[in-house]
Design a protein around this ligand. Sequence first.
Ligand code: G3H
Length: 329
Amino acid sequence: MQTETMPHSSLLPLVAEPRNPGMDLDMQWVRAVQANTSAIERRASSLPGRRSLKKDHQAAWLLRAVTCIDLTTLAGDDTVGRVQRLCAKARQPVRADLLDALGMQGLTTGAVCVYHDMIAPAVQALAGTGIPVAAVSTGFPAGLSPFHLRIAEIGESVAAGAQEIDIVISRRQVLSGNWQALYDEMKTFREACGDAHVKAILATGELGTLRNVGRASLVCMMAGADFIKTSTGKESVNATLPVSLVMIRAIRDYYQRTGYRVGYKPAGGISKAKDALVYLSLMKDELGDRWLQPDLFRFGASSLLGDIERQLEHHVTGAYSAGYRHAIG
Ligand SMILES: O=C[C@H](O)COP(=O)(O)O
């Protein structure tokens, strides 16, 4: 978690258009949030074909992906029973016979992610496992409830046992270029979370441009976000590779300039094992192995685990390579 002192707020004006484009620091920061759309889209389109994760270690990478899933249910008809079943899956995400065949044990998902009302049953079902409960908050998914209620919601979710809080930012602050207001909002959310980790959901599908995505990423990191997250899963466009590239590079720039490691959570519409491998490959290429751990990388996904388990089954019954252990580390 970042410190409470928010040492980087003085950099906030640099997110706006540079008044003095000749200044070196201005240019560096502004470059970090400018998105060269065609270059990003070219690079993103080549990602699925890349081979930075070795194919014969694919089972290991899929197991790694499992440890990075925020196993999610965010439906209006969620019940205690459904959440209990989800938690049972988080505790044992892959069938025991498959894990045995792969020589693995003790595998769990990164977290379980639910609405506020489902925190208590999730905490109970996960007791003693060390698997944290993440709660979506602040009027998720639109984030348009009265501000004091959004703050109160965070407090209630932390009191109910959520160790991670996924807040939604006010998209209008981005769309109107009101970076100070976005910073203040994020900082207030950060403070309300106390010791809980805070993930800032940008709802990138509603931010208009990649440049806005880059700037909003930077502002949220400056204001103390532990993770930046693409989407609620409820927008019409959710996690995409171009958006991910922009956000990941903002994380890299922020780390290089401040020494703070901020995590990344693509969310919404990620349901195929091969997509998970592309995201892991992107993280490895752009940020390195440190960002392949669950404290710095999560998938927000409700149905990804099922496909991963199916692919692992194929792997065990088919072309399983004993070399996978080297990759799991
Ligand atoms: O944050 C998680 C997302 O809401 C999950 O989206 P999904 O149901 O498309 O996997």
